[in-house]
Each structure stands twice: as C-alpha cells, then as structure tokens.
Ligand binder design. Structure first.
Ligand SMILES: O=C[C@H](O)[C@H](O)COP(=O)(O)O
Ligand SMILES: C=C(OP(=O)(O)O)C(=O)O
Length: 467
C-alpha cells in the first residue's frame, strides 16, 4: 500500500526485520507434511538453504498494517461497496524492472481505475500483479524443442527463459534476485504514487503515446475532460478533497514458490500474527489449490488477505472446503474468490458456487479473471486469447451476479502498459497472423494498454447498468 487516502494514521507495527526462527522452523516443519505441487527440482539443496537464509535476513517488502488496511478495503468489496481492479504481468521478469515498464503498467491501472470509478461511483481498490509475480505454475514440467527436452520455464525466480540447459536449470540464488527486483519495483511504484504521478490532475498525462490515438484512448480523453471540469468546479467551490492527490495501490502475486514465501513470512509484533511480507495480497492458483496441499496450508497460516482461483472443475463443496480452510472465522475482507471459468463455462459454472455460498451465509469477494480460461494456441504456435472471449466472460460474470442479486466485485487481468500483440482482436484489432510482431510475454498473453482500456470501458458500462 502506498498512501492511505482516508487521512487515518497507518499503524505499521514493528514487523520484525529478521525472520522469527521459531515461526520459520514451525512453518517449514508443518508444511513438509503436505504435498507441494509445482515446486522446482532444485539441484542443490545447500544453495536453497543459503538463499533462504539470505532472504530471512532481508527487511519486509510490505508491512502488516498495510495488509490489514487492504483487508478492510476488500471487506468493502465483499459488502458491495467497492470494486477491485487487480492487474499486471502474467510473469514479471528481472529485465522488465525498468522505469518505463513500471510506469506504463501503472498508467494502465490508473486509467482503468478512473474509467471504473467514474462509471460505478464507488471506490476502486487497486492491486497490481507486480513486485513479486515471478513464479509460474506450468502444465508440463518439461519443454521439448527440436528433440531436446529441458525443464519448463517456471518464472525468473526459478530459472531462465532462454532454452539452454544452463539457463533452464533451477537456480535458488534467483529467489534473492526476485526479492531485490520486487523491492526495486515497489520502491519505484511508491515514488510514482507518492510523488504526484497518480494525482487525478494528471488524468490526461496518463493517456500518452500509442493509446491516445486509439478509439479507447479518444473515449478516455473525453472522459478525462469531464473529470477536469469536475475538478475545476470542486476547486471553485472549495471542496477539493485530499483523495484527488493520492492513490492507494497494493501489490499481489501468486504464492507459489514456497521456499520464497516461507522465508518472507514474519511475525507482526503488534499482534504476534504471521504475515507473508512478500506482498500485500497473495493468491493460491488453480493448479495448487488442493485441499490437502501445502499451498492452502501455507495460506491458511498467514494473516494477509488471500485469493483463491476457482475454475470449471470447482464444485460447491470444494468452494466451501476452501472457505473453511482459508477463512474459518469468516473475517470480512479475508477471502477473495477469483473465478476463471472460461467464456463458455462461466454462465453455468459460477451460479452453483455463488448459490452455495449464499445458502451457507458465506460472505466473500467475487472477482472475475477472464484470461486463464480462454487461452488457445494460434496456428502460428503463439499462445493467445481472443479479446472477444475475454469480454464475453466478463459479461457472463456480470449476468450471473445480476441474476443472483450479488455484487460483481472485481476484475483480475493480465495486462501490460506496452503496445504488445499477444491477444487477438480489440478495437485496434490484432489478427492471429500479426501476433509475432510484438509478442513479448514469457508466459501467457497479456492485454495491451489499448485493449485494457477498452475492457475497462466495457466493465464501466456493466457497472453502470448494475447500479
Ligand atoms: O499463467 C498461467 C500458467 O502459468 C500458464 O497458463 C500455464 O501455462 P502452460 O500451459 O504453458 O504451462
Ligand atoms: C496461473 C495463473 O492462473 P490460474 O491459476 O488461474 O491458472 C495466474 O493467474 O498466473
């Protein structure tokens, strides 16, 4: 969290800067009794211990009090009083930690948030998939190219993207690099957000370069004009709020690589409770949410707000078991369900889950990930997603909530601030045979900034209708 915008002093607590030896020993001993899916085959356990001990000596990346504040914000989402926008790279890379890259992602999130806030007339909780999104679960443990089999790329925190034996061999020292890359990203983000870049008066300045001339960029420009007018009016009548100058932005990533996450789990001295201080919000993915698995066990033991992906194979009983495990005390803001059904499955797959939650009195936030159920391989071999499918899944998500009278709480998207060609379609359409021109992702295809903005306008319309 970068700046609390309600004027309250933020209680950070004295999160210990060195890991508590008892907590770490207890956590690792307990987790070793649970199967952990999607972990790398580290070739050298000694090197893992070395990296973990370095990480345990590092300061926290985020503070427990910030995580608590986000939990409060998410409680508002679960009550239908706010909307959650969560977005960023599929997989961050070490090379991607540059000022331009971070700023462009931030611009995208800020532009989307403005569009959504304007339409919904409700607070938008902003959470980046950033400053820690370095580990990837894979469908297959290996990749074969021209008859050569090597370990699959599992994210920069584990191994290198380049297809060579040395690069693909998991290297635990990368966990320490991921920590520093996350720290640099957070530092820059905090500086952008705190240094005036996120001030609402900058609403036009975020709409730069290739986006400005696109249909979505022009639509945004018109909206920015209306916001400007409203700001001038507020200033004239002397009611300008501090919130105009400030933004709260939180970090999030999938809590996948357990050696890393446990090394960064610390006791908060205010409460004596453990927090994973690698990010404000962490989620458990579709491939690691086994009820008897180490990831859920880990997530159940930390106090951060938690997300869990729910896909087309999740049954209503699974959903309740997930809630029982992750949120036994039914704490407001603790649990967010991220549905990722796919456009074809959402209208049938989501209602039984929400109905079960309603019948059981379970209150959680429901947000839509319209990316992960809609991936396919283009004839060129590129992994891609149709923008129309993404839009359709979002529409389906809103329809389901409208029918059930529940709150469509938010959106979880893979996006970039750059003009990449990774998803097909959109207002400035990208064709399958144009995917190669700027296909830069190291894992899944992301929406580019124009497509992200276009999606925000669609969601804004849906939110406006839902009001
Ligand atoms: O981002 C999500 C997963 O890591 C990804 O979809 C898995 O991709 P794969 O099927 O190429 O391994
Ligand atoms: C891997 C991811 O998603 P899922 O677990 O839903 O497949 C992700 O969000 O990066």
């Amino acid at each position: 969290m970068f700046r609390p915008n309600d004027g309250r002093p933020l209680t950070l607590g004295r999160v210990t800067s060195h890991a508590d030896p008892d907590l770490f020993a207890e956590l690792t001993a307990e987790l070793s009794g649970f199967p952990a899916a999607q972990q790398p085959d580290w070739p050298d356990r000694g090197a893992v211990d070395q990296a973990v001990s370095e990480l345990r000596a590092m300061p926290p990346l985020v503070f427990a009090g910030e995580c608590d504040l986000l939990r409060e914000r998410l409680a508002a989402v679960s009550r239908g009083e706010a909307f959650l926008l969560q977005g960023g790279d599929c997989a961050e890379t070490f090379d991607g930690v540059t000022a331009d890259n971070v700023r462009n992602k931030l611009k995208t999130l800020l532009q989307m948030a403005v569009v959504l806030t304007y339409a919904a007339s409700m607070p938008v909780v902003k959470v980046g998939r950033l400053a820690g999104q370095f580990a990837k679960p894979r469908s297959k443990p290996t990749e074969i190219r021209d008859g050569v089999t090597l370990p699959a790329f599992r994210g920069d925190i584990v191994n290198g993207f380049e297809f060579s034996e040395s690069s693909r061999t998991p290297d635990p020292a990368r966990m320490v690099r991921a920590y520093h890359a996350s720290a640099a990203t957070l530092n820059l983000t905090r500086a952008f957000v705190g240094g005036g870049f996120a001030d609402l008066h900058q609403v036009h300045a975020w709409n730069t370069d290739f986006v400005r001339s696109s249909p979505a960029g022009q639509r945004y420009e018109r909206l920015a004009g209306r916001i400007d007018q409203a700001l001038r009016f507020m200033r004239a009548i002397e009611v300008e709020s501090e919130n105009v100058h400030k933004v709260e932005l939180y970090s999030s990533h999938e809590a996948l690589l357990l050696d890393y996450e446990t090394a960064l789990t610390r006791v908060d001295s205010r409460t004596g409770q453990p927090y994973d201080v690698s990010g404000h919000f962490v989620w458990v993915g579709e491939r690691t949410r086994q009820l008897d698995g180490a990831h859920l066990e880990f997530a159940s033991r930390i106090r951060n707000p938690i997300g869990v992906k729910v896909g087309p194979t999740t049954s209503p009983d699974d959903l309740m078991a997930l809630a029982e495990k992750l949120d036994p005390d039914r704490e407001p803001g603790r649990l967010t369900f991220v549905s990722r059904m796919g456009a074809k499955a959402i209208r049938d797959g989501l209602p039984p889950l929400i109905e079960k939650a309603i019948a059981s009195g379970l209150v959680a936030s429901w947000i839509c990930d319209p990316m992960h159920g809609n991936t396919y391989e283009a004839p060129s071999g590129h992994k891609t997603r149709r923008f129309d499918d993404v839009m359709d899944e979002v529409r389906g998500f809103f329809e389901v909530h409208r029918t059930l009278g529940t709150h469509p709480g938010g959106l979880h998207v893979e996006l970039t601030g750059d003009d990449v060609t990774e998803c097909v379609g959109g207002g400035d359409p990208i064709a399958e045979d144009g995917l190669h021109s700027r296909y830069e992702t190291v894992c899944d295809p992301r929406l580019n900034r124009t497509q992200s903005l276009e999606l925000a306008f669609l969601v804004a319309e849906l939110l406006d209708t839902a009001r």
